[in-house]
Design a protein around this ligand. Sequence first.
Ligand SMILES: CN1CCC[C@H](Cn2ccc3ccc(-c4n[nH]c(N)c4C#N)cc32)C1
Length: 246
Amino acid sequence: MRFDVISIFPEYLAPLELSLIGKARQDGLVQLTVHDLRDFTHDRHRTVDDTPYGGGAGMVMKPEPWAQALESLKPGTETLEAGQPVLVVPSPAGEVFTQAIAEELAAEEHLVFACGRYEGIDERVLEWAAQNYRVRPMSLGDYVLNGGEVAVLAMVEAVARLLPGVVGNPESLIEESHQDGLLEYPVYTKPSDWRDNQVPEVLLSGNHAKIARFRRDEQLRRTAVRRPDLIAQLSVAELNKADLGL
Ligand SMILES: CN1CCC[C@H](Cn2ccc3ccc(-c4n[nH]c(N)c4C#N)cc32)C1
């Protein structure tokens, strides 16, 4: 899969050179290129922002540099069959990014991420880009960041780790939080007795059926306490299977 990220702070995306994503890039499993939006300006000051029409605080990102940056990434013929690339635009006004959306995006061939700053990107860019991209404003969550880069770090990692070969053991992708609508179960390792804190006995039993039951119950219990909103989406059958003990 091909990722392109456009930002005025390309160095913000340096963490994507590390760890599993960095190795996937070295192994050719992922092509990821970060572009400096200022490379698509032509004035001496490499200007990317200006005052907002209608007044208000802060500055707005000028449309033309974005248009030239996005045009430079126009999909080649090899992707036309797959449809237009997706343009993900991090924004507090976007749909909230979820594991389901990560899985959806992991099926795409080409993702472009537009990292806004200041008060955001001139809205006409998103309307104009719809000619060549499937535009998806996307929010990391209901809190305010200073720009899109942090969101892109999270989204790229969440998507790239789902690609074949990126995560060493594909089984570890199966029992994850939100994979089945529940939070993940607690994990433990040696020593079994640590500062008088014991590992749950059942995990030392070797009884795989009981271990599976314990883990499922813990998933349901944690989700009921920490994320009751997710419980509401579970089937009654699923809830009846567990002894929540709440
Ligand atoms: C209009 N507002 C005013 C307050 C400051 C904002 C700064 N900003 C500029 C570009 C930009 C992109 C994403 C996000 C962001 N915030 N929260 C999230 N979950 C996001 C995500 N994805 C924030 C951003 C802009």
